[in-house]
Design a protein around this ligand. Structure first.
Ligand code: FE2
Length: 230
C-alpha cells in the first residue's frame, strides 16, 4: 500500500513529538503493509515549518529506518489548511508545497465552519495543480453533491482509514460508504498522528470485501503510484 497522508515528521506539527515516536509510527505502517508513505506535515497558522527543516528531519527518519532494517520508503509533501492566502503561498512555494514534488496538492478545510470546498478546488485546479481534498468525510457540512462537484472541478478525494474501519464518528463512516457507493473515493490514507490506531490493513480488507479488489487496489495503491512517479 501507498499512504499519501501522514504526520510522521517529528516536532513540526501535532503528529509526533520525538524521533523515536516517529520511528515507531513508521514501523507500525510498514507492519500493516504500507511500503511507501508521503509525510504531509500541517501547514496552518500554527504550524509553518520551513521546507528545509522538514527535509532534514525526513532524512534523519530515513536513516533511522535504514538502521532499524525497515524498508519503508519516505516521501515529502504538505497538508495545507486553506485560507485566503493559500493561492499566493502556492505560487511562492510551488513544488515545495506539493506531494513528492508532483502537481498533486493535499488541502484541508475547517472541520466546523462551512468552507467553499468545490470552489477552492476549481481555483487551485485552474492554477495547474491537482487538488486532493483531505479526509472529506470529516467536513460534516460537505454534502454528497459537493463531493461530486469536487470531482467535476478537477479535484480528487481522500478519506481516512479509520473512518472506514468505523473507529471514528459514525457520521464519518456513513459518509465514506456513500462516497464509495458513488465511486468518488480516490485515496485511502492513514492521516497518522501519534496515539491514533493504524488501521490500513483493516480498511483494505473492508474495502475489498464491500467494493471489490479492483477498487481496493485503486484507492490504496494504483492512484497513489501516479503521485510517486511525479
Ligand atoms: Fe492530516
Amino acid at each position: 500500500m501507498i499512504d499519501i497522508h501522514s504526520h510522521l515528521i517529528p516536532t513540526v506539527d501535532d503528529g509526533s513529538e520525538t524521533e523515536e515516536i516517529s520511528l515507531n509510527m513508521a514501523k507500525g505502517l510498514y507492519e500493516q503493509g504500507v511500503t511507501d508513505v508521503i509525510c504531509t506535515p500541517h501547514f496552518t497558522n500554527g504550524y509553518k515549518a520551513e521546507y528545509e527543516e522538514i527535509t532534514k528531519l525526513a532524512e534523519k527518519l530515513k536513516a533511522d529506518l535504514k538502521e532499524a532494517g525497515v524498508p519503508l520508503n519516505i516521501y515529502l509533501g504538505r497538508e495545507i489548511f486553506v485560507t485566503k492566502l493559500t493561492k499566493q503561498q502556492l505560487k511562492e512555494y510551488d513544488r515545495k508545497f506539493t506531494l513528492n514534488g508532483s502537481e498533486y496538492v493535499l488541502i484541508e478545510f475547517d472541520l466546523v465552519n462551512q468552507s467553499e470546498i468545490a470552489e477552492t478546488v476549481y481555483e487551485i485546479a485552474n492554477m495547474g495543480y491537482i487538488p486532493i481534498v483531505a479526509h472529506i468525510e470529516r467536513y460534516e457540512y460537505c454534502t454528497l453533491d459537493e463531493a461530486i462537484e469536487v470531482k467535476e472541478m478537477g479535484g480528487m478525494i481522500q478519506v481516512n482509514a479509520d473512518s472506514i474501519a468505523g473507529i471514528s464518528k459514525k457520521l464519518h463512516h456513513k459518509m465514506v460508504k456513500k462516497l464509495f457507493k458513488n465511486g468518488l473515493v480516490d485515496f485511502v490514507a492513514s492521516d497518522l498522528h501519534d496515539g491514533r490506531d493504524i488501521v490500513m490493513q483493516d480498511a483494505y480488507k473492508i474495502v475489498k470485501r464491500k467494493f471489490g479488489e479492483e477498487t481496493a487496489e485503486e484507492v490504496f495503491y494504483k492512484n497513489a503510484k501516479k503521485i510517486l512517479k511525479g
